[in-house]
Design a protein around this ligand. Structure first.
Ligand code: ATP
Length: 233
């Protein structure tokens, strides 16, 4: 379970998160839905230990992320927003580097690389350098990197942004398979239709707070609208 408790965060005096609190249940896919600027990326960066909150705390499996960010990172897979890849490395070299950083070696390292290559259909890209990769190809490599150590929790910031139909389908299949294996998944999006398709629970975020939550069907029923962002903001 991921517990976010009363998080405040400001940048240069501008308050971006306001006593933000929610819980992410285990083995489910939860979406953080909100318009541009609602604070989703800031929230996810705090959850993953990349940013420090001004107040409040995040617990991952009961442990405070800020108190031990390295231990938290071992339980987490993270697919960030617009992240860079190391373009001089091949996909294989890049994923090997990250797997080693997660403490994998020998047969376990080999097995883990074989698994992500197959699951994310990386065969053709495996020996290629990542320079010039399409958005879909980059997403596959980022997701493989996030999964290489089989984390209990997976956090993705706007994972569908810029993806073509095939890449979006592969992402969807991968998330559903991970859920079936018991992985806890939190992703952000500003597109209601993909949130409805992919998630079990939705947290609607506006102006640094949670302003609604429930299953996609419950939220649509309560608001009488299939355009949730507009209903809450
Ligand atoms: P988007 O979908 O556009 O990425 P978001 O919901 O992820 O939006 P954030 O990226 O968290 O929102 O941004 C929330 C607010 O915080 C915005 O007004 C943004 O300009 C501001 N902000 C975020 N990071 C910083 C920073 N490092 N320095 C200053 N302001 C920031």
């Amino acid at each position: 379970m991921i517990e976010v408790q009363s998080i405040d965060k400001s940048f240069a005096g501008q308050r971006v998160l306001r006593e933000l609190g929610f819980e992410i249940p285990d083995g489910r896919i939860t979406a953080l839905l909100g318009a541009n600027g609602a604070g989703k990326t800031t929230c996810l960066r705090i959850v993953t230990g990349l940013l420090r909150a001004d107040a409040g705390r995040v617990l991952l499996g009961g442990r405070d992320v800020a108190a031990d960010p390295l231990a938290a990172r071992r339980q987490l897979g993270v697919v960030g927003d617009r992240e860079g890849l190391y373009e001089r490395l091949t996909v294989e070299e890049y994923l090997t580097l990250f797997a080693r950083m997660q403490g994998l070696a020998g047969a376990a390292l080999r097995q883990s690389l074989d698994a992500v290559r197959e699951e994310l259909e990386l065969g053709e890209l495996w020996k290629r350098r990542t320079r010039g990769f399409s958005q879909g190809e980059r997403m596959k490599v980022s997701l493989a990197r996030a999964l290489v150590h089989r984390p209990q929790h997976l956090i993705l910031d706007e994972p569908t942004r810029g993806l073509d139909v095939l890449a979006a389908r592969l992402l969807r299949r991968t998330l559903l398979r991970l859920r079936a294996e018991g992985t806890t998944i939190l992703f952000s999006s500003h597109v209601m239709s993909e949130v409805a398709e992919l998630s079990d629970c939705v947290l609607v975020m506006a102006d640094g707070r949670i302003v609604g939550n429930g299953s996609p069907a419950e939220l649509m029923e309560n608001t009488g609208s299939d355009n949730l962002e507009d209903s809450f903001v």
